[in-house]
Write a protein that binds this ligand. Structure first.
Ligand SMILES: [Zn+2]
Ligand SMILES: [Zn+2]
Length: 344
């Protein structure tokens, strides 16, 4: 089969022929019908500091983790799955025996392995998947749409970390997860959604998914003033951080009302200074969000998708063949796309 490898400790990738993976008893073999490029893959492609530290020891290996495909072989112990099932992958491969796994928090397993980061991933014609990580999709949802469920899951986990109906919400960072979050807040009946980013194209998507107010930080002179005046001078009820920058975090806290909720999903490149006194005196509820709850988040995402409450189709801007995957990366580096789907 053809697969996309990271072989060198430098920017780029390599497409190589390799063996179709042999499955273990608790795995299924999935023929990948669609796989999509995520921020994590961009780090790996560019081989930045994070990738060097996190993946340095794993190369050569096949990367990619967002996927939808069809089961073509099942191991002996793979309850609940049959040949022909359409599945996506929960990317957190948990151990099942640590404290977190045993107390209902598998998404923050102490021994977690991540598909396409610690194991061979989905930028390939076939992938071997632990059966517990295979999420059965509604066959009515096309593969090229179902592959975007992983970022949708991140958004579901963050948005529904607290109450959302009737609330004013600031969302910083309009990548695919941020845009999904806008759509979810709309579907859940948020009173006002304020989307913040510095790229015009991304803000267009935010508008299209239902943002009430768009704040372009590349043009807006006083972002704080704008958000405060949009929230009756009180600040937002809810702040969702999906940008992963210190500026976004600090602005989100400054424009959050006393007693507000801050749910932080962004991954920050390095430690930074925070005015903790403000968080304390404003009585802000602050929580970190990692991955998707296994599998509450997936059930919620599935019902929102199947009922048409959120339309992921609109998120997919480009499709490429596996052999043209580098064009997909270039598109995203130039910020010309939102979700890029690869069809092997
Ligand atoms: Zn991803
Ligand atoms: Zn565990």
């Amino acid at each position: 089969m053809k697969a996309v490898w990271k072989t060198q400790p430098e920017e780029g990738l390599e497409i190589r022929e390799t063996q179709v993976p042999k499955i273990k008893e608790d795995q299924v073999l999935v023929k990948v019908k669609a796989t999509s490029i995520c921020g994590t893959d961009m780090h790996i492609y560019k081989w930045d500091e994070w990738a060097q530290k996190r993946i340095g020891k794993n190369i050569p290996y096949i990367f990619g983790h967002e996927m939808s495909g069809e089961i073509v072989e099942v191991g002996k112990n793979t309850n609940g799955l049959v040949m022909g099932d359409h599945v996506s992958a929960e990317t957190h491969i948990s151990c099942g025996y640590c404290f977190q796994c045993r107390t209902g928090n598998e998404h923050i397993c102490e021994n977690v392995k991540i598909l396409g980061v610690d194991t061979n991933g989905t930028f390939a014609e076939y992938v071997a998947l632990p059966y517990r990580n295979a999420w059965k999709n509604d066959k009515k949802i096309p593969h090229w749409v179902a592959t975007a469920q992983e970022p949708l899951g991140n958004a579901v986990h963050t948005v529904f970390d607290g109450e959302i109906a009737g609330k004013t919400v600031t969302i910083f960072g309009m990548g695919p997860i941020g845009v999904c979050a806008v759509g979810l807040c709309k579907a859940a009946g948020a009173a006002k959604i304020i989307a913040i980013d510095r790229h015009e194209l991304r803000l267009k998507f935010a508008k299209d998914f239902g943002a009430d107010v768009i704040v372009d930080t590349s043009k807006e002179k006083d972002v704080k003033k704008t958000i405060m005046s949009e929230t009756d001078g009180r600040g937002a009820d809810v702040f969702l951080e999906m940008a992963g920058t210190s500026e976004a975090f600090n602005m989100g806290i400054q424009t959050l009302r006393a007693g507000g909720r801050a749910s932080i999903l962004g991954v920050f490149p390095k430690p930074f200074e925070v005015d903790m006194t403000q968080i304390v005196f404003k009585g802000i509820k602050l929580s970190g969000i990692n991955g998707r709850k296994m599998f509450d988040t997936w059930y919620t995402a599935k019902s929102l998708l199947s009922s048409g409450k959120i339309d992921l189709k609109k998120l997919v801007t480009h499709k490429f063949k596996l052999t043209d995957i580098e064009k997909g990366f270039e598109t995203l580096i130039k910020r010309e796309g939102m979700k890029v789907v690869i069809e092997p």
